[in-house]
Ligand binder design. Structure first.
Ligand code: SAM
Ligand code: SF4
Length: 338
């Protein structure tokens, strides 16, 4: 069901008190996952939300319809593992009917061979795959699951779709995989992929995060550039990643998401909707706006829009990771939607 149109002129925008305008929405479709990455989820004890608490496709489409009227142009489907959500291709196809500029997906890749044909038919053309190690034993240690071959099969399957925009996300943890910057850079060159190194962020109670575990993206850039000189394509800004290409003309590129060492909060243009219908202004927000309750109680498009506009207006100036008194969000990354 699409929401009633908002008939205001000029159109309201999702602007906060610092002048930032939200145009991107991270949409989590499930809190469930088939991996248990050390930095994202505890090994055990994180109960899944009951299905009744998770937004239905109809509810998602109503809310995304409203967000799109408020200026959201790009949606990234995430989770948990979004490919675990039943009938995901149907959701992608329905989102494709809304006036959005881009629909993208972030996945661990395990279920791609089964689901990619239908997702492609539904219109999905942009995909980020998370893979933190090219060493099977290390992958198993990081994800607490033995699925390295399935992820590789998922990546190999993607070669059937030459017009897909593929990025590989690598979270770097000191003492774990910080020695793999070069092999990942070589993979970027070989496959013409964008490989993006993400700094380890403190999310969740049991992720073991310590400032000393964070490897600054600049360190990795220098290490790669010493062997394969790099040229800047784009500085971090509205996109959190700074982008670099290979000076020798090899295909592929390197991205650095330096969320901890070089926060990009001032130019943040994204908001998040959790699978259970909570609107978050920031990954690190300690408060959320419950949109599911008013939606299920029959709130009108105008009422929901007013709630959303008011909430986004109050977006925090930025996360305080590097400051004394920093408070972690209570939810893990898998529950928020990374
Ligand atoms: N399951 C999917 C996946 O792994 O791609 C989508 C959800 S996952 C939460 C989204 C992204 O968040 C992944 O690239 C993951 O590596 C990243 N992530 C999770 N916890 C993180 C943390 N503590 N610091 C930095 N990135 C993190
Ligand atoms: Fe699952 Fe993605 Fe979190 Fe790993 S990073 S546990 S794959 S949600």
């Amino acid at each position: 069901m699409s929401p009633e149109p908002l008939l205001t002129d000029p159109k309201p925008r999702l602007q906060d008190r610092f002048g930032r305008v939200a145009s991107k929405l991270r949409l989590s479709v499930t809190d469930r996952c088939n991996l248990r990455c050390l930095y994202c989820m505890p090994a055990e004890g994180l109960a899944w939300q009951p299905k009744t608490e998770i937004l239905s496709f109809e509810e998602i489409l109503t809310l995304v319809g409203i967000f799109s009227q408020l200026g959201i142009e790009q949606i990234r489907l995430t989770g948990g593992e979004p490919l675990l959500r039943q009938d995901l291709p149907q959701l992608v196809a329905a989102l494709g009917q809304l006036p959005l500029k881009k629909i993208a997906l972030t996945s661990n890749g395990i279920l791609l061979p089964e689901l990619m044909p239908a997702l492609y038919r539904a219109g999905l053309r942009s995909l980020n795959i998370s893979l933190d190690s090219l060493l099977p034993a290390r992958f198993a240690q990081l994800t607490r699951r033995d699925d390295y071959d399935r992820v590789l099969a998922g990546l190999a399957h993607l070669e059937n779709y030459p017009d897909l925009a593929i990025k590989l996300n690598v979270v770097v943890l000191r003492g774990f995989n910080a020695d793999e910057a070069l092999p990942f850079a070589e993979l970027a060159r070989e496959k013409a992929w964008s490989v993006r190194f993400i700094e380890f962020m403190p999310l969740g109670k049991s992720d073991g995060w310590l400032p000393t575990e964070v490897v600054p993206g600049e360190t990795l850039r220098q290490e790669i550039a010493a062997i394969y000189p790099l040229l800047p394509i784009e500085a971090a800004g509205a996109n959190p990643a700074s982008r670099w290409c290979f000076a020798d003309g090899a295909p592929g590129e390197i991205g650095l998401i330096n969320s901890v060492s070089e926060p990009f909060c001032q130019s943040c243009n994204r908001i998040r909707l959790t699978a259970d219908g909570m609107l978050r202004n920031c990954l690190f927000s300690t408060q959320e706006l419950n949109l599911k309750a008013p939606l299920r109680e029959g709130a009108s498009t105008a009422e929901l829009s007013a709630l959303i506009l008011n909430w986004v207006a109050q977006k925090e100036a930025g996360h305080q990771i590097n400051q004394v008194g920093f408070e972690r969000p209570l939810r893990s990354m898998s529950q928020i939607g990374g």
